[in-house]
Design a protein around this ligand. Structure first.
Ligand code: HEC
Length: 144
């Protein structure tokens, strides 16, 4: 009887330890991948935010010439690539993150890119809303 209680206690302690390390892992995965050195905040500060802000500005005004349309395509392409990087290297902790990265950011940026290549400003602006929805969706759950 005593032995059973001790075993049960040991199992609970091991379980709690396992849960706490898993939670730490989930945290670590959000802020950085498992093997690559780039922190998530630097992907955000260096690529995601500047690309999103410049793209938003271009789409609001309407690109003035071919060079500006090409720059809009450049920003959409970089955002698209980030939607893959955010899912790589064990960085994704859960379904909320996965949906924001793949449904919103990936599909949205691909649709913006296609619209920009067709020089369809209305379609590009509509698709851009899906891109900005990704920021809110992921941050609400995962950004402190
Ligand atoms: C799949 C999740 C996810 C998506 C999508 C996402 N972010 Fe983030 N973002 C994060 C996380 C997590 C942090 C906090 C990182 C940290 O502090 O370690 C963050 C932090 C940031 C920061 C602060 C960076 C810094 O310098 O500390 C900015 C700015 C930012 N995001 C902009 C954006 C914008 C703009 C979008 C949409 C185009 C976006 N993010 C989409 C997860 C995401």
């Amino acid at each position: 009887m005593k032995f059973t209680k001790i075993t049960a206690l040991a199992v609970s302690v091991a379980g709690l330890f396992w849960i706490s390390t898993s939670l730490n892992d989930a945290q670590a995965q959000k802020t950085k991948g498992k093997t690559r050195p780039a922190a998530t905040k630097y992907l955000m500060r260096g690529v995601v935010r500047p690309s999103c802000a410049s793209l938003g500005k271009l789409l609001k005004e309407g690109p003035a010439d071919d060079k500006a349309w090409d720059t809009a395509a450049c920003h959409a392409a970089c955002l698209s690539e980030m939607s893959f990087a955010l899912m790589d290297d064990g960085r994704c902790p859960d379904g909320v993150w996965a949906k924001a990265a793949t449904k919103n950011l990936r599909e949205g940026s691909a649709a913006v890119l296609a619209a920009v290549e067709a020089k369809d400003l209305d379609a590009a602006n509509a698709a851009f809303k899906t891109v900005t929805a990704s920021c809110a969706a992921c941050h609400k759950e995962h950004k402190k």
